[in-house]
Design a protein around this ligand. Sequence first.
Ligand code: BGC
Length: 377
Amino acid sequence: MKKKLFSILLVIAMVFTLSACGGGGGNNEPASNEPSDQPAASGENLKVGVSMPTQSLQRWNQDGSNMKQQLEAQGYEVDLQYAGDNDIPTQVAQLENMISTGCQVLVIAAIDGTSLTNVVDSAKDAGIAVIAYDRLIMNTDGVAYYATFDNTLVGRMQGEYIRDTLDLDNTSGPYNLEMFTGSPDDNNIVFFFGGALEVLQPYIDSGKLVVPSGQTERDQCAIQSWSSEIAQSRMENLIAAQGYGPNGTKLDAVLCSNDSTAQGVTTALKNAGYTADNFPIITGQDCDKPSVINMKQGTQSMSVFKDTRTLAARVVLMVDSILKGTEPELNDTETYDNGTGVIPSFLCDPVVGTIDNYKELLIDSGYYTEADVTPEE
Ligand code: BGC
């Protein structure tokens, strides 16, 4: 109880400190996806904990370093931690440490959305606001806000790409499809897989798209920890069971919810003899460097670009609003129920990335250099 009172007093004191030093007051952000007008530096003496799931996947390194850089630019002290390689006890321990060392806000990209309930409850008891970053944290009312991309739209974009590339509305098919999604403990796959099936299910129902393995349930298509190796081995099993190959059973498309799973599937297909000339359609997400290289080499068809700079900037605005005691800008208060009610959210816009627009999207925007996505000789 005493602890709670202390935390409340602390937050009030912080709000006063902020207004006293003119902390970037009154910045009415336009309802835009790209925060253009960053708050003036305002975070002196305030510490923000940023908890990322792993360093083994490129995107989380970028998320972490963007968050740190942008928060520090606003004057916040930042405690950035990566939880080993998706190690849940490490993530919990790091969060407990952030709570006990005086972080005022926690920004968390959960490894397993259901395993942080207790630690987020403790943060709430200590008066610390929690922002769920990219992945929703389930079953606790300690999550104040959720910042992510429109995850259903990500899935729809992948489904639409397959629909349009196979020209499903104007050709008779049938076409063979297999499907891969991500980790069963990541709430995002409900939306990625669901969004893709919103588009593809009618064609599966009509028989224009056939899934020869019969594996169409989300659980059957899920890949633990979004692992490339597990995706590769599932694809190898499908190849063996269905006889897929350039001279075998025709495989027209593989829906992959993200790039790490797409890369595993691609390796299995290359090993089975597919080349750029006959490669099935492969979808992805993140525009990871290896996947951009695969797009250039004709072994991945598309990815969905989620600019981690935009998400980080959005979260910095949220942190700033919380610490000023104002309501952050939100654009979705209906979609993301974490089991305790809908968590008010801001959804950033994903964009389809292909070989035709990668230069504009990724190089001209300064996200990568051309050298970053040039295959080694
Ligand atoms: C993220 C994706 C990412 C995947 C694997 C998902 O929660 O939204 O961008 O590819 O996790 O890390």
